[in-house]
Design a protein around this ligand. Structure first.
Ligand SMILES: *Cc1c(COP(=O)(O)O)cnc(C)c1O
Length: 223
């Protein structure tokens, strides 16, 4: 079951602010995705490769699929033929593999670099130091990475009721995004996405500058 009213309110609120809504449909049936699609939703997020591949085959071709989970290099080839954006790139090895598979499929794949902003050890993503190392590798090998487009940053805040802490983490991510954008780290002006905010914290994320939110349970119900 989808929550149509929530979708309508969220969609108009986000459209007015120029924020992209990615509807996170992981574990939810194809019928729910189709129902939201019929209302006009086009960006959907999944975080398991097998599940995404199975769903994609059954749904309209103009859906923009976002892979938002942790991705192993050896699984990139399964989603490379159709995926729009991979949100959680946290190693240069993964970036290289995405480019390789994009070339094989004659496409360009958009990616976001995942930053570690939360306290929790369990959350994936790069530290600031790792990010600088990553960018050094990237700049040195940029000419061989033409079919992967680094579009911005992605991050997940700590799982806590402490809103000021969540806000602080989102601001930290957004500031890194701005610095990278202003200093033209990528060397192209295509660095324009800061993906942050989920059902519980999207309002804070938007307040902090988010340009893309990833919302699941508020739209599809609890998992
Ligand atoms: C599941 C998931 C979401 C959506 O979470 P909700 O709390 O259901 O909105 C967003 N981002 C990532 C990376 C996720 O895995």
């Amino acid at each position: 079951m989808i929550n149509e009213l929530v979708w309508r309110q969220l969609k108009s609120q986000l459209d007015a602010k120029g924020v992209t809504l990615v509807a996170v449909s992981k574990t939810k049936p194809v019928a729910d995705i189709q129902a939201l699609y019929n209302l006009g939703q086009r960006d959907f997020g999944e975080n398991y490769v097998q599940e995404l591949v199975e769903k994609q085959a059954q749904l309209p071709n103009d859906i923009r699929w976002h892979f938002i989970g942790h991705l192993q290099s050896n699984k990139v080839k399964q989603i490379a033929p159709f995926v729009q954006m991979i949100h959680a790139v946290d190693s240069f090895k993964l970036l290289t593999e995405i480019n390789k598979q994009a070339v094989k499929n004659g496409r360009t794949i958009d990616v976001l670099l995942q930053m570690h902003i939360a306290d929790e050890e369990t959350k994936f993503g790069m530290s600031v130091t790792e990010m600088f190392d990553f960018m050094d590798y990237y700049r040195a090998q940029k000419d061989d990475l033409k079919q992967v487009e680094i579009r911005g940053l992605m991050g997940m805040a700590s799982f806590t009721n402490d809103e000021s802490k969540v806000e602080q983490e989102f601001l930290q991510l957004y500031n890194r995004f701005l610095v990278m954008q202003r200093t033209d780290f990528i060397g192209k002006n295509t660095f324009d996405i800061c993906s942050m905010g989920m059902s519980a914290d999207y309002a804070i994320a938007i307040h902090c500058g988010s340009t893309m939110v990833r919302i699941g349970s508020a739209l599809f119900g609890t998992r």
